[in-house]
Design a protein around this ligand. Structure first.
Ligand code: NAP
Length: 301
């Protein structure tokens, strides 16, 4: 498909979707948007998007429809619900779901979507709000290579590290692997901070040295300094991390795989939620370690 003729429909203008769709518009693609809450569409008209009155209307004018919503039921709602994408899709249209949802539900949704003559990729991302703004997301793609070839120019606008992971659902599976490691690195980081504090060593020195060695991780480099400063703002919220770990644990249950570490992180973050801190960044896990160990690291309540 030529750039000039590839009409993009973008559904979900949250933290991620607003920036991603704007980048597509700025790269020269005609972009039509739809968002459940209308005020977010008004913001998009300022940078030049056209607005559709429903996912159905959006699909009718699009060659490629991208969904960037919250969870599995939300993707189903905008795709299969009343006035959903499938109601307006033309044969041959490509649906690209970039939300983080269940791999199993993705495969089932793709079967139903393809029955309607619509092609589909799953393409969840990592890189957060900064990656979305800067167009540097990592994109994990599941689906047929031929479909990926058609959509690649759009991915190259939104991301830098674009990897075909396998058949439909494989992108979501790799994203789930990513979240397992993020969760366990997070736990390692907060445990090390609590331990260092109790043992009386300087926290910044500990971080500086360990970041360079075998214990280095994104959580250590990016979140540990924020914990020391008492900065628990998101980044990536506890609510979303819990959604992602729930997806991992459901999939592990389906394939009969015990994931002890992941389950433990999920339960510890549930305790963060019990204190009403769903919208804090995941580094708020430190607050539970502080209570368990009677040690104070973060400055915030
Ligand atoms: P967000 O800011 O909370 O935005 C969520 C978007 O989904 C909003 O546009 C929301 O519409 C829409 N939505 C939710 N449920 C819906 C439904 N039932 N029907 C229609 N629209 C619905 O979330 P985000 O940070 O952009 O994240 C979007 C996806 O990317 C999630 O799957 C998340 O896990 C994934 N992700 C996020 C990050 C990150 O750092 N934020 C990083 C990687 C991946 P309203 O405006 O009406 O609420």
């Amino acid at each position: 498909m030529q750039k000039q003729t590839m009409h993009v429909g973008f559904i979900g203008l949250g933290i991620m979707g607003q920036a991603m769709s704007r980048n597509l518009h700025q790269a020269g693609y005609p972009v039509t948007v739809w968002n459940r809450t209308a005020s977010r569409m008004e913001e998009a008209t300022v940078w030049g998007a056209k607005v559709a009155s429903s996912p159905e209307e959006l699909a009718a004018v699009s060659d490629v429809v991208i969904t960037m919503v919250g969870d599995t039921p939300d993707v189903r709602a905008v795709v299969e619900g009343p006035k959903g994408v499938l109601a307006g899709a033309k044969e041959g249209m490509i649906l690209v779901d970039m939300s983080t949802i269940s791999p199993d539900a993705t495969r089932k949704l793709a079967e139903r979507v393809m029955e309607k003559g619509v092609r589909m990729l799953d393409a969840p991302v990592s890189g957060g709000d900064v990656g979305a703004k800067e167009g540097t997301l990592s994109i994990m793609v599941g689906g047929e290579e031929e479909v990926l070839r058609d959509v690649m120019p759009l991915f190259e606008v939104m991301g830098k590290n674009i990897v075909h992971c396998g058949p439909i659902g494989a992108g979501q599976t790799v994203k789930a692997c990513n979240q397992i490691m993020c969760g366990l690195n997070l736990l390692g980081m907060v445990e090390a901070l609590a331990f260092a504090k109790k043992a009386g060593v300087d926290l910044e020195t500990m971080i500086q040295v360990t970041t360079q060695g075998a214990a280095g991780s994104w959580a250590l480099s990016n979140l540990a300094p924020r914990v020391i400063q008492g900065d628990l703002d998101p980044g990536f919220s506890v609510r979303f991390q819990q959604k992602d770990l729930r997806i991992v644990l459901e999939e592990a249950d389906r394939v009969r795989l015990p994931l002890l570490g992941t389950a433990q992180v999920h339960q510890l973050l549930r305790s963060v939620q019990a204190y009403g801190k769903d919208e804090d960044g995941t580094q708020a896990l430190i607050t539970i370690l502080e209570q368990l160990g009677n040690v104070k690291i973060s400055e915030k309540d």
